[in-house]
Design a protein around this ligand. Structure first.
Ligand code: SAM
Length: 294
C-alpha cells in the first residue's frame, strides 16, 4: 500500500457504516435481513430444522462451554457488530462482555440492542480505530478471561497481529474461541487458482481481506505463533457445501434488497452462493488457551 491509498480496514468501516454517516449501509442491510446476529449456526441445529437464530445461539453456547466462561468472567468479543451474539453470550453465561467494532454505527446499534434486552450492565460496546486491532492497546496485559471472535477476523489484513494482541490481553489460562469464514479445497476445485476463482469475488464484494480467505490450519498456526495452545480447530461443515443458516427461501430477500448500496449486497450474495455451491467456502471454529506461563 502506498501512503495515498486508503487502508483496507477503513474501507471495511465505510462498508458497515450507516448511509446517514456516509457509509455503504451494510449494517442496515444485514440488520434488515438477519436482525442482530450475523454469524453461522451449528450444523446439527440446522439439521434439526431450528431457526437460523437458534442455530447461531447453539454455536455460541458450544463455544462458551468450551471456553468455560461463567459469572464474574470478563470477555472481549472482537468484531461485535450489531451486538446480538455478544448479548446472547452475556445472557447465557452471566459474564461481563465488551464488544468491539471499528464502526460506531454498529456499536450504537449494539448498545440499543443490549438495552432492549435488559443487559446493558453485562454487555457494553466500544468503538476502536481502524488499525487498533493490531495491538488492542486500550486493554492492559491479562485483562480478559476469554476473547471471542465471530466472523470478524476475516476482514483483517494483519491477522497475525490480532492474534498476538488477543494473546497478550488474555489472562494466563484464559481462552480464545472464535468462528470464521474460510476457504478449502473441495471436489473438483483443488488448486489455489480454482478456489480463488470463487473466493476472490466474495472478498471483493464483502470487503474481506484481499488475498483470499484463511484456512483452518492457517488460523491455528497464527494462534500458535502468538503463543497460544490450540485445543480445537474444526471445519463446521466437513465434507459438504456450507449453506449454513441461509435457507433458500431467504435468497429472494437478499437478491431484491433495495436499501442503500443494494446492488453491492446483491453482488455479494451471488458471489458467496457460488462459493458455497462449489464447496470451497466454509466456516471453522477454534479454541486455544494462553499457557499459564509464557
Ligand atoms: C460480519 S460482522 C460480525 C458481527 C458479529 N460478530 C456477529 O457475528 O453477529 C464483522 C464485524 O467485524 C468488525 N470489524 C471488521 N474490521 C474491523 C477492525 N479493523 N477493527 C474492529 N472491528 C472490525 C466490523 O465492524 C463488524 O462489527
Amino acid at each position: 500500500m502506498t501512503s495515498t491509498e486508503t487502508p483496507h480496514e477503513t474501507l471495511v468501516r465505510r462498508f458497515y457504516d450507516d448511509a446517514a454517516v456516509g457509509g455503504e449501509g451494510a449494517g442496515e442491510a444485514y440488520t434488515a435481513l438477519m436482525e442482530e446476529v450475523w454469524h453461522h449456526g451449528d450444523l446439527a441445529a440446522d439439521r434439526d430444522g431450528v431457526s437460523p437464530l437458534e442455530a447461531a445461539v447453539r454455536m455460541e453456547r458450544q463455544l462458551m462451554t468450551i471456553a468455560g466462561v461463567g459469572p464474574g468472567d470478563h470477555v472481549l468479543d472482537f468484531g461485535s457488530g450489531p451486538g446480538g451474539a455478544t448479548v446472547n453470550m452475556a445472557e447465557m453465561t452471566g459474564a461481563t462482555f465488551v464488544g468491539v467494532s471499528n464502526s460506531e454505527s454498529l456499536s450504537q446499534r449494539a448498545r440499543r440492542h443490549a438495552a432492549d434486552r435488559g443487559l446493558r450492565n453485562l454487555a457494553r460496546f466500544a468503538t476502536i480505530g481502524d488499525l487498533d486491532y493490531r495491538d488492542l492497546a486500550l486493554w492492559p496485559d491479562a485483562s480478559f478471561d476469554a476473547v471471542t471472535f465471530f466472523e470478524s477476523v476475516c476482514h483483517l489484513p494483519d491477522k497475525a497481529a490480532f492474534f498476538r494482541a488477543a494473546a497478550r490481553t488474555l489472562k494466563p489460562g484464559g481462552r480464545l474461541v472464535g468462528l470464521d469464514w474460510l476457504q478449502r479445497p473441495f471436489g473438483e476445485h483443488q488448486s489455489e487458482e480454482q478456489i480463488r476463482a470463487f473466493i476472490d469475488p466474495v472478498c471483493e464484494h464483502i470487503r474481506l481481506a484481499p488475498g483470499g480467505l484463511g484456512t483452518l490450519e492457517g488460523y491455528a498456526e497464527l494462534m500458535r505463533a502468538a503463543g497460544l495452545r490450540v485445543t480445537h480447530a474444526v471445519d463446521a461443515f466437513p465434507g459438504e457445501p456450507c449453506w449454513g443458516s441461509t435457507p433458500p427461501e431467504d435468497r429472494e430477500a437478499w437478491l431484491t434488497y433495495s436499501g442503500p448500496s443494494g446492488d453491492v449486497f446483491q453482488r455479494g450474495k451471488r458471489a458467496l452462493d457460488a462459493a458455497r455451491g462449489a464447496g470451497v467456502f466454509t466456516v471453522g471454529w477454534w479454541a486455544a488457551t494462553r499457557p499459564a506461563t509464557v
